[in-house]
Design a protein around this ligand. Structure first.
Ligand code: ATP
Ligand code: MG
Length: 183
């Protein structure tokens, strides 16, 4: 599966709807300080199921909703949709007929998040597993945050092992096993 496009509405500084097309090859995002480069990457992590608001540099999940500026009022909801090309047919069985997967997450103030895949409401867990199986996701080593290399060097062996498991593509399996054991 390949990232094709990110649609953002009302998320952090993106008050106007934007569509960010991800072409094959290397994509660079450049711009002055505070223009929203990190917010863009956070939108990507958020739609993939990030559930720690601290990892979104926020003091509550509602903080990801556009909070208003000098001349624009705050919004009451935010929505991010990630379009994934499924030509290689690696999507979960329930959605594998489609050429394109639309994974979306929407948050309303004080009402929490709703996730959808191709319009069908799913659990946060379904979205997290989809990306874990594709060896990517909100916490995946494919996403390298500022300061993360330093953390990695100082990490305990168990934390480093998690990164290796993610790279080996088995973290989705572990996650399912833990869920099965809890039940
Ligand atoms: P740098 O080059 O310094 O890393 P950047 O391009 O990564 O900058 P971001 O950190 O993505 O910039 O964007 C910061 C901007 O986003 C700030 O102006 C901040 O006010 C704005 N912002 C963050 N959250 C919200 C929100 N909920 N509502 C409105 N604006 C927000
Ligand atoms: Mg930044």
């Amino acid at each position: 599966m390949r990232f094709r496009k990110l649609r953002i509405l009302g998320f952090k500084s993106f008050v106007e709807p934007i569509e960010f097309v991800i072409e094959p090859g290397l994509t660079g995002v450049v711009g002055p300080n505070g223009c929203g480069k990190s917010n863009l990457v956070e939108a990507l992590r958020w739609v993939m199921g990030e559930n720690s608001y601290k990892n979104m540099r926020a003091s509550g999940m509602d903080d990801v909703i556009f909070s208003g500026s000098g001349h624009r009022p705050a919004r009451n909801s935010a929505e991010v949709t990630l379009f994934l090309g499924n030509e290689d047919r690696r999507a979960p069985a329930a959605f594998n007929d489609a050429d394109m997967l639309e994974v979306s997450r929407r948050i309303e103030r004080a009402a929490g998040s709703v996730y959808r895949i191709n319009g069908r409401e799913v659990r946060a867990r379904d979205v997290q597993l989809l990306f874990a199986d594709a060896s990517t996701g909100a916490r995946s080593p494919a996403m390298v945050r500022q300061g993360q290399i330093g953390e990695l060097i100082a990490a305990k062996p168990t934390a480093r092992r998690m990164i290796l498991e993610e790279a080996a593509g088995i973290s989705g399996l572990h996650s399912r096993r833990n869920e099965a054991e809890i039940r």
